[in-house]
Design a protein around this ligand. Structure first.
Ligand code: PGD
Length: 831
C-alpha cells in the first residue's frame, strides 16, 4: 500500500484539496459484470463497483477489504476501492485467522471442573486446563447460570462485557450475551464506557447531549472556513485508522485537505504526535494533566483583554457571571491569570496570552481528544473547553466552536441518505434486573459487595457478583491497576471468557469458549459511523478454525440448554437473520427515496452499497440551529442553554465536581507527594499499529515493539540521567506494579513525561507473586483505579506517576502471545 503522510492513497490525496471524491466516478474505471449492470439499471442509486473481485468482501474496525483465500487459508487482502486511506492493519487479517495462539477447543480450569464453582480461585491464571466437548462446556455454563439465577438472582451475574469485539451487526458478542442473559432471568450490566466516561456525563449537563458521539460540523465546511485549528490532546492520524463500525476514513481526507490549504494548526499535547508532524503544526507542550489550568489562563486573558463575546454569553449560556467571579479570584482569592496558569502548566504567560488573542482574532475550531478526560477530575477540561469556546462566541458558526469527535470514527464525514442497519437486539431486561454500575468500577464492585458509591446524583450499591461473563472485551488490558483487578478477579465463583485467542483475560478464566474471528462467519456492518454511507457485507472467508464456533452459535447452544432457544433465535439462522436486518434497512432506505436490490442479489454480488450524500449535509454546521434560534431549538439542558454553571450538579454537593468548572489538582501529578519518589508523568496513548489490544499478537508488532516489548518514549534529559539509551530494556514502576518496556529516546516528548501506549497483553513473570513484573509492558499495571469524580465515575487510565530504570538482568522471555503451557496439551475430559 503506497500511502502519503496522511495515510491517503495517492489517487485520493490528489482529490483532497477541498472536494471529496465524487461518488460514482470510480465505477467508470471498472468494467461491470452483467449482474452489476442489472442491479445498477434496476436500482440507479445502488452504485455497483468492480464486481469481478478476486477476493471475498469483508470488513473490520480498520477498514473494508477483499480477503484472498487459497486452499481454505486466507493469504492476503486488498482494500476496497472507496477507501481513501487503507491502512496496514487490514494486512493482518490472515494472521488473525491463523494465529498460533487461537483457543483450539473449549477448556475448563481443572480445580473448577473437579471441585465446582469457586474452587481455588487464586489459581486462576496458573491452574491446569482440561479440554471438554462443546456439549459439556455449554452444559456447564448453562447449569451455572441456572444455579445462580435460582440461588442469588440476576445481580449475581455480571454480563456487562465491555469491549470493542469485532465489527458485524449480527455476531455482536455483547448484544448476543445480553440477549441470552435477559431471556435467562436478567444480569448486572454497566453504564458509560472506557472511552468517554467523564466527558459523556458532564457534557449531558453542559450542552444537553453526550456530545462526544455527535456528528461534527462537516469537513468541507471546516476546510473552507476554519482559520485556526487547535488539536487539544488528540492524534487523529492514528486514531482515525479505526472506527466502531467500518471506517470511511473521510476524516483523514479532511486533515489532508487542511494541510493542502495551509490552515494553521496548533497541537497542545505533551507529545509531538504523528498528526502534529504531518500537519506541520505548532507544538505547545503543557505539563501532564494540567489542561484545565491552562484553559483557565486562556479564559482569564480573554476576559482581562475584553476579547470575550458578551452578547453570545448572554444569549446562549447560563452562569457566566459566576465563572467570571471564579476567574477573577472573587470566590477563592486566586486570580486565574496567565501567570497563575503558567505556574501549573509550564507554558509561559506571554505564550498563553498570545494563544488566547489568536483564538479570538480568527475563526477557530477547538478539536479535543478524550485522553484529557480519562484523568482524575476529567470532567473539567471538556467543560472548560466548551466555556472557552462560548467566550470566543463562535459556537454554531461555520468552522468555529468546538468539536469533540474529529479524532474518532471520522466525525464530520457528511451524513448520507439511505438506511441504517440495526443490529440484533439485546432484548428487554426482565423485571427485577439490577441497575447498572459505572463501567470502570467493576474491580471495586467485585471486591466490595454491598459498598455504595455516588454516581451522577444517585447512589449505586454493588451487588455480590458470583459470575463474570466476558465476550468481546479484554479487561486484563482495558482496566486500570491490573494487580488490583487480579485480586478482585479471585472473588467470583465462575468466570467465562469467549474469545478467539488466549488473551490474559482468557487465561484467567474458569471456562474458555473458543469463538470464530469475524472472517469465519457471515455478517454485515455499516461503513462510516457518522456518515452511514456504506453497507458492507462481511462474507465468510474461511471455515471456522479448530473447534471455534460463532458467538451466535455458542449462545444459541446455551439458550437451548436453558430452554429459551426459540426466543433467542426467533426461528432464524445466520443467513435468515442477515436477510431480516437487510430488509429492515431496505425499508428505511426506500422511505428515504433510495431503492435497494433484494437481499439475495446484494449478497451474491459480493459488493457493497454506497448511499448518496445530500449536498446540504456537506454544509452542515453543529449548533447552527441553536445559534439561529435558541428558543425554537433549545439544548437538552435544564435551561435550554449552554450551562457554564450547572444548578443540577451544584445540587449534588460533590466537592470533587462542583457546579462550576475549574482547576482541581489530580490525585497524582508532578505537584503531588508521589512525584518525589515517582517523578515521571505517564501519558498513555492509543497505539498506532493496533486497536487497543487487538492485533498485538500479529507481526505488525515488529513496527512498534522495542526489544520485543511495548515501547516507552522518553526525553533525552530523562534518559541520560538514568543511563538509558534507545533500544534498552527498561523497568517502569510505581507502588502499584512494574512492567518491562523498550526505550525510545526522543525529543518529541516533554521532559518529565513518558509515553507507553495502552493495549499490550499482560504477561506476569511470576503469576503467584503479587505485583510481579509484566514482561510485555501492559501499562495498566501502573495506572490507578478510582473514579474521575463522584459525578461521572469515569476511568483515570491516562495518568500515573512512575519511575524508570535500565533493566540489567537477563531479558526474561515474553510469553504474552503464547498458548499457556498446560493448554498446549490439555488434559482431556471423557465427555
Ligand atoms: P480490545 O483490545 O478491543 O479492548 O478495551 P477493549 O476490551 O475493548 O478487546 C476486545 C477483545 O475482544 C479482544 O480480546 C478480542 O480478541 C475479542 N474479540 C474480537 N472479536 C470478537 C468476537 O467476535 N467475539 C468475541 N467473543 N470476542 C472477540 C478498550 C478500552 O481500553 C477502551 S475502549 C479505552 S478508550 C480505554 N483506553 C485506555 C487508555 O487509553 N489507557 C489506559 N491505560 N487504559 C485504557 N483502557 C481502555
Amino acid at each position: 500500500m503506497k500511502n502519503n503522510r496522511f495515510g491517503l492513497s495517492r489517487r485520493q490525496f490528489l482529490a483532497a484539496g477541498g472536494t471529496l471524491l465524487a461518488a460514482g466516478s470510480l465505477d467508470l474505471l471498472y468494467a461491470r459484470s452483467a449482474l452489476a449492470q442489472a442491479i445498477s439499471q434496476a436500482m440507479p442509486l445502488f452504485t455497483a463497483l468492480r464486481p469481478a473481485r478476486k477476493g471475498i468482501l469483508t470488513a473490520a474496525h480498520w477498514g473494508a477489504f477483499e480477503a484472498l483465500v487459497e486452499n481454505g487459508k486466507m493469504v492476503g487482502v486488498q482494500p476496497v476501492e472507496d477507501d481513501p486511506a487503507p491502512n496496514e492493519l487490514i494486512t493482518m487479517a490472515p494472521y488473525q485467522v491463523h494465529a498460533a495462539n487461537r483457543i483450539t477447543a473449549p477448556m475448563v480450569r481443572q480445580s473448577w471442573l473437579e471441585h465446582g464453582p469457586g474452587s481455588n480461585t487464586a489459581l486462576r491464571g496458573r491452574d491446569k486446563w482440561v479440554s471438554v466437548s462443546w456439549e459439556k462446556a455449554t452444559e456447564l455454563v448453562a447449569n451455572d447460570i441456572r444455579r445462580l439465577q435460582r440461588e442469588h438472582g440476576p445481580s449475581a451475574i455480571y454480563a456487562g462485557s465491555y469491549g470493542w469485539k469485532s465489527t458485524g451487526m449480527l455476531h455482536n458478542s455483547r448484544a448476543l450475551l445480553h440477549r441470552l442473559m435477559n431471556l435467562a432471568g436478567g444480569f448486572l450490566g454497566y453504564s458509560g464506557d472506557y472511552s468517554t466516561g467523564a466527558a459523556q456525563v458532564i457534557m449531558s449537563h453542559v450542552v444537553g447531549s453526550m456530545e462526544v458521539y455527535e456528528q461534527q460540523t462537516s469537513w468541507p465546511v471546516v476546510v473552507e472556513s476554519s482559520e485556526l485549528v487547535v488539536l487539544w490532546g488528540c492524534n487523529p492520524l492514528v486514531t482515525l485508522k479505526n472506527s466502531w463500525n467500518v471506517p470511511d476514513h473521510v476524516g483523514l481526507e479532511g486533515f489532508a485537505a487542511l494541510a493542502a490549504k495551509g490552515t494553521p494548526v496548533i497541537c497542545i499535547d505533551p507529545v509531538f504526535s504523528d498528526s502534529a508532524k504531518a500537519l506541520n503544526a505548532e507544538w505547545i507542550a503543557p505539563k501532564a494533566y494540567t489542561d484545565a489550568a491552562m484553559i483557565l489562563g486562556l479564559a482569564h486573558t480573554l476576559l482581562a483583554e475584553k476579547h470575550h463575546d458578551e452578547a453570545f454569553l448572554a444569549r446562549y449560556t447560563t452562569g457566566f457571571e459566576k465563572f467570571r467571579a471564579y476567574l477573577l479570584g472573587e470566590s477563592d482569592g486566586l486570580v486565574k491569570s496567565a501567570e497563575w496558569a503558567s505556574e501549573i502548566c509550564g507554558i509561559a504567560p506571554e505564550q498563553l496570552r498570545q494563544l488566547a488573542r489568536r483564538m479570538a482574532g480568527q475563526r477557530t475550531m477547538l478539536m479535543a481528544g478524550w485522553g484529557i478526560q480519562r484523568q482524575h477530575r476529567g470532567e473539567q477540561p471538556h467543560w472548560l473547553l466548551v466555556t472557552l469556546a462560548a467566550m470566543l462566541g463562535q459556537i454554531g458558526l461555520p468552522g468555529g466552536g468546538f468539536g469533540f469527535s474529529y479524532h474518532y470514527s471520522s466525525g464530520g464525514s457528511p451524513t448520507a441518505r439511505g438506511g441504517i442497519l440495526s443490529g440484533i437486539s439485546a432484548g428487554v431486561a426482565p423485571a427485577g434486573s439490577p441497575p447498572p454500575i459505572p463501567v470502570a468500577r467493576i474491580a471495586d464492585c467485585l471486591a466490595n459487595p454491598g459498598k455504595t458509591i455516588a454516581f451522577n446524583g444517585k447512589e449505586v450499591t454493588y451487588p455480590d457478583v458470583k459470575m463474570v461473563y466476558v465476550a468481546g472485551g479484554n479487561p486484563f488490558h482495558h482496566h486500570q491497576d491490573t494487580n488490583n483487578l487480579l485480586l478482585a478477579w479471585q472473588r467470583p465463583e465462575t468466570i467465562v471468557v469467549q474469545d478467539p485467542y488466549w488473551t490474559a483475560t482468557a487465561r484467567h478464566a474458569d471456562i474458555v469458549l473458543p469463538c470464530t474471528t469475524s472472517y469465519e462467519r457471515n455478517d454485515m456492518d455499516m461503513g462510516g459511523d457518522y456518515s452511514q454511507r456504506y453497507l458492507f457485507p462481511m462474507r465468510q472467508c474461511v471455515p471456522p478454525q479448530h473447534q471455534a464456533r460463532s458467538d451466535f452459535a455458542i449462545f444459541q447452544a446455551i439458550a437451548t440448554r436453558l430452554g429459551v432457544e426459540q426466543a433467542f433465535t426467533e426461528g432464524r439462522d445466520e443467513m435468515l437473520w442477515l436477510k431480516k436486518l437487510y430488509d429492515d434497512m431496505k425499508q428505511q432506505a426506500r422511505n428515504a427515496g433510495v431503492p435497494l436490490p433484494p437481499f439475495d442479489l446484494f449478497w451474491q454480488s459480493n459488493n457493497y452499497i454506497r448511499f448518496p450524500v445530500p449536498e446540504e449535509n456537506k454544509k452542515w454546521v453543529r449548533f447552527a440551529d441553536y445559534r439561529a434560534d435558541p428558543l425554537l431549538n433549545p439544548l437538552g439542558t435544564p435551561s435550554g442553554k449552554i450551562e457554564i454553571f450547572s444548578k443540577t450538579i451544584a445540587a449534588m454537593h460533590y466537592d470533587d465536581c462542583a457546579g462550576l468548572p475549574g482547576w482541581q489538582p489530580p490525585q497524582e501529578w508532578h505537584g503531588s507527594a508521589q512525584a518525589l519518589r515517582y517523578p515521571l508523568s505517564l501519558n498513555t496513548a492509543h497505539p498506532a499499529h493496533r486497536l487497543h489490544s487487538q492485533l498485538d499478537n500479529t507481526p505488525l508488532r515488529q513496527k512498534y515493539a522495542v526489544s520485543d516489548r511495548e515501547a516507552i518514549l522518553i526525553h533525552p534529559q530523562d534518559a541520560v540521567t538514568r543511563g538509558i539509551q534507545s533500544g534498552d530494556l527498561v523497568r517502569a514502576f510505581n507502588d502499584r506494579g512494574q512492567i518491562l518496556v523498550g526505550a525510545l529516546v526522543t525529543e518529541a516528548i516533554r521532559p518529565g513525561v513518558v509515553r507507553i501506549s495502552e493495549g499490550a497483553w499482560y504477561d506476569p513473570a511470576e503469576p503467584a507473586e503479587p505485583k510481579t513484573l509484566c514482561r510485555n509492558g501492559n501499562v495498566n499495571c501502573l495506572t490507578f483505579d478510582i473514579g474521575t469524580s463522584r459525578l461521572a465515575q469515569g476511568n483515570c487510565g491516562q495518568m500515573a506517576q512512575l519511575e524508570v530504570e535500565k533493566f540489567t538482568g537477563a531479558p526474561p522471555p515474553n510469553t504474552a502471545h503464547a498458548v499457556p503451557e498446560s493448554a498446549r496439551q490439555p488434559i482431556r475430559n471423557a465427555r
